[in-house]
Design a protein around this ligand. Structure first.
Ligand SMILES: [Zn+2]
Length: 221
């Protein structure tokens, strides 16, 4: 994640979810995802505008790109990389994580990462779930993110909300213990078993709004 200093002692991270206006969860009850192809997209134009603004101010950012967008507009990913920003994953389908099975989540997460890495020609290290939907009932997703090669996650919002959030989650970036590592630690204490520490994941907590490229100024969801 790109970090810039706003003033001495304060670090700020600027991140963007690259998705289109018809894909947000707030419209899910009114817009069937099978109709997405029929909508006129705006995400290309708004991303270009945002890249120009960031360049004018010398700011580097992390762009969590939805796989659906990357597949339809690969030039957006290339433009982000060429502008010197980090490309990270926003999944493939924008389905809430806790509505997917672990197998479905693994498949689409793997496919989206492979697509982005092919377009960016560099490893993708970061992940942010649609609508921040890694909650207490979908913590299993963290293990899959580790196994798929992600190095940090930005999906756990430390607040109370009807769709997302873990209110008592840490509000600063931190290293967290995933469910599999926790269970392996318990096992280790009983049986002296060893297990690779691959289930460590850095959590990048975003405590403010994260505007989407297509809806600058409003919270991504
Ligand atoms: Zn989103």
């Amino acid at each position: 994640m790109a970090v810039v200093s706003a003033k001495a002692g304060v670090k700020n991270a600027f991140t963007v979810d690259v998705e289109d206006y018809f894909q947000v969860e707030g419209f899910a009850s009114a817009i069937d995802r099978r109709s997405w192809e029929g909508f006129r997209t705006r995400v290309g134009g708004s991303t270009s505008l945002l890249l120009d603004i960031l360049a004018a101010h010398g700011v580097h950012a992390t762009f969590f790109v939805l796989g659906w967008v990357a597949r339809k507009h690969p030039e957006i990913v290339r433009q982000i990389v060429a502008s010197g920003h980090e490309v990270a994953s926003h999944g493939m389908s924008h389905r809430l994580i806790y509505t997917q099975t672990p197998e479905e989540f693994r498949r689409e997460t793997h496919d989206a990462k492979a697509l982005l890495e092919d377009l960016a020609q560099k490893p993708v290290a970061g992940y942010r779930a649609a609508t921040y939907s890694i909650t207490r009932r979908s913590l299993w997703a963290l293990d899959i993110l580790c196994e798929e090669g992600f190095r940090y996650d930005s999906s756990i919002f430390p607040m109370r909300h009807d769709r997302y959030g873990i209110p008592d989650a840490e509000s600063e970036p931190h290293v967290l213990t995933t469910p599999a590592e926790a269970s392996s630690s318990n096992f280790r204490s009983r049986c002296c078993a060893t297990r690779a520490r691959r289930f460590r994941l850095r959590a990048a907590v975003i405590s403010g709004c994260s505007p989407t490229a297509s809806r600058a100024g409003r919270c991504a969801s």
